[in-house]
Design a protein around this ligand. Structure first.
Ligand SMILES: [Mg+2]
Length: 341
């Protein structure tokens, strides 16, 4: 009976189900998974999931409804207002992959972001270095915030930050930390050398220690080593992301501050008709969700295929749903704009 009700619920949610023994086959997306393994690839294969996980996800969806299902009410609220779009990169625009250097976004996703940026001021805020995220995205009509917003190249017309040669100057609140960051990077390299699979990524204002390829039994050892190294350096702190430890300057600055900074430099800080829309998948994105939740207006959207503690109001399951949402958003604005012409 329970199974039948669950199947009915899943059918309502758009799942295609077939039964074999006590497992369910779910298509077309990868169903709820273990957080430590939530790669976002949707290869169309059938994936086995446990019914209780599906039920947990379904009840989580009630609290954080799909932004695709809520699209009409989102656009109803956004009508006549100025929506400002913020996007995370890894796990949002690109799938999470084993090798962080290969987290490429698809051509379709690039086209969708380009379209969205035609109609809305759009910024990409990532934990990666600003240069690296721009290399992945390859778009000139978006603003980039790297190192979790510690390195922002905002629009020059708003900031008017130029050096003596007339080059744009990035906003870098932790600039004075750079020599210390380089020092700790060398120490970290030394510390993790003996741990097989551990990998350091220099993101300029934050150093990422990836452990996706480290054997599970060594995860705690790695975390201990990194944390005890950073304990001796009070000017730094460690935050945890998906299979990654991030060592960053202990200044009170996060993706939420970056969102506020960008709204301000884009000239929107005092406007009452501004609705920030933020899509992200990681714990560091919660700071941006909190800022929007604090404004009580806007659209904080988490990307997750498993139930997760979040302050986001809406959800999308994976990058393929992010793609669908962005395309719909651009299409909606395009039709709204041409209607008034
Ligand atoms: Mg992410």
């Amino acid at each position: 009976m329970i199974k039948r009700n669950l199947a009915k619920l899943m059918h309502t949610m758009g799942f295609q189900i077939s039964h074999s023994n006590n497992q369910m086959k779910v298509k077309p997306f990868n169903g709820p998974e273990n957080e430590d393994d939530d790669d976002n690839g949707t290869n169309g294969n059938l994936t086995f999931v446990n019914p209780p996980d599906v039920a947990a996800y379904a009840s989580w969806l009630v609290k954080h409804p799909s932004a695709l299902n809520m699209f009409d009410s989102i656009t109803k609220e956004a009508k006549g207002k100025r929506v400002v779009v913020f996007l995370d990169y890894d796990g949002t625009l690109s799938p999470i992959v084993e090798d962080p250097d290969k987290a490429f976004m698809s051509a379709e996703m690039r086209m969708a972001v380009r379209e969205v940026a035609k109609y809305f001021p759009t910024s990409i805020i990532s934990g990666r270095s600003r240069e690296k995220v721009k290399e992945f995205v390859q778009l000139n009509n978006v603003y980039y915030g790297g190192s979790h917003g510690l390195d922002i190249l905002a629009p020059p017309r708003a900031v008017k930050s130029f050096d003596k040669k007339g080059n744009e100057v990035a906003f870098q609140p932790a600039k004075s930390y750079l020599p210390a960051i380089q020092e700790i990077s060398i120490e970290l390299e030394d510390t993790i050398r003996e741990i097989q699979g551990a990998r350091l990524e220099d993101n300029k204002f934050c150093i990422s220690v990836h452990y996706r390829q480290v054997p599970p039994q060594d995860h705690e050892i790695l975390k201990e080593k990194v944390k005890s190294l950073v304990e001796n350096r009070p000017e730094f702190r460690v935050t945890e992301g998906k299979m990654v430890l991030e060592v960053r300057p202990s200044i009170p600055w996060n993706k939420g501050d970056a969102l506020n900074y960008l709204l301000d430099t884009l000239g929107f800080s005092n406007a009452e008709d501004v609705l920030p829309l933020y899509i992200g998948d990681d714990r560091t994105d919660e700071d941006a969700f909190k800022v929007i939740a604090g404004r009580r207006e806007g659209f904080p959207i988490i990307v997750s295929s498993i139930p997760k503690d979040t302050v986001a109001w809406y959800s999308l399951r994976d990058p393929s749903e992010v793609l669908a949402f962005l395309l719909r958003l651009a299409k909606w604005k395009k039709s709204e704009t041409s209607f008034f012409k």
